[in-house]
Ligand binder design. Structure first.
Ligand code: GLP
Length: 241
């Protein structure tokens, strides 16, 4: 794993954005894996800014998001579909048909998981996957105990994850109990991973991810085995290393 220590959230977002723009410029048909949560919001702002300044075009870009809540429609403001449009897609020149998220309201969710994997494969796999990390070490929504050989699947959200994400909802009861997420193996097959992390409250998780035992009990620890991971973190988040 490569570590890039930056000063703060702003710089983390700028550094991540510059790597992504480089890849978009280097690759003929770039495929980006995207994440949600608070962490990548600054990155998406930077990407929009760079687009407005005509430093990048997203016309050739295809995207696949890590995950989606089960039971929330695209119109629901808490859905990750809504988040992506609101925070990125509607502000740039990407073709909406090239943006993919798992459908959390598909009639047949098992089939949706298989189809999502097939769509990623058809696109040639993910070139650069953006990741955040949950306090319990989850990546995407792969909670502790998820099999390292998992592909896109349905998962029961850990009570602690529902609590952590309740800040985006009116109250805890509204946070869905299940999600559809790329599996650990899906994530591990991306050619490159950029893991973004900011703030003291993530410091322990980051230290366990980088220095801890590789175990399904702490999903992010598997990233130690990926050949091309860059952790872009601010000083607070990397303070326990
Ligand atoms: C969420 C998402 C993850 C994200 C993580 C951390 O539940 N499913 O993809 O990385 O939790 O979120 P945040 O960046 O808001 O701390």
């Amino acid at each position: 794993m490569q570590l890039k220590t930056v000063e703060n959230y702003e710089e983390m977002s700028r550094v991540a954005c510059s790597v992504i723009i480089q890849r978009i410029q280097q690759l003929e048909n770039p495929v980006l894996g995207l994440a949600t949560g608070s962490t990548p919001e600054g990155l998406y702002k930077q990407m929009i800014e760079q687009y407005k300044q005509k430093n990048v075009s997203f016309e050739s870009v295809r995207t696949f998001n890590l995950d989606e809540y089960v039971g929330l429609t695209k119109e629901n403001e808490q859905s990750y579909d809504f988040y992506m449009k609101d925070n990125l897609f509607q502000h740039i020149d990407i073709d909406q048909a090239n943006t993919h998220l798992p459908n959390g309201v598909a009639a047949d969710l098992d089939k949706e998981c298989i189809d999502y994997e097939a769509r990623i494969e058809q696109a040639g796999g993910i070139d650069v996957q953006v990741l955040g990390i949950g306090l319990n070490g989850h990546i995407g929504f792969n909670e502790p105990g998820t099999n390292f050989s998992s592909r896109t699947h349905i998962i029961d959200l850990a009570p602690s994850t529902r609590k952590a994400n309740a800040r985006f909802f009116e109250d805890l009861a509204e946070v869905p109990e299940k999600a559809i997420t790329m599996g650990i193996e899906t994530i591990m097959q991306s050619k490159e991973i950029l893991l973004l992390v900011s703030g003291e409250k993530k410091a322990e998780a980051v230290s366990r991810m980088i220095k801890g035992e590789i175990s399904e009990e702490f999903p992010a620890s598997i990233l130690q085995k990926h050949p091309n991971v860059t952790v872009i973190g601010d000083e607070a988040a990397l303070s326990l290393l």
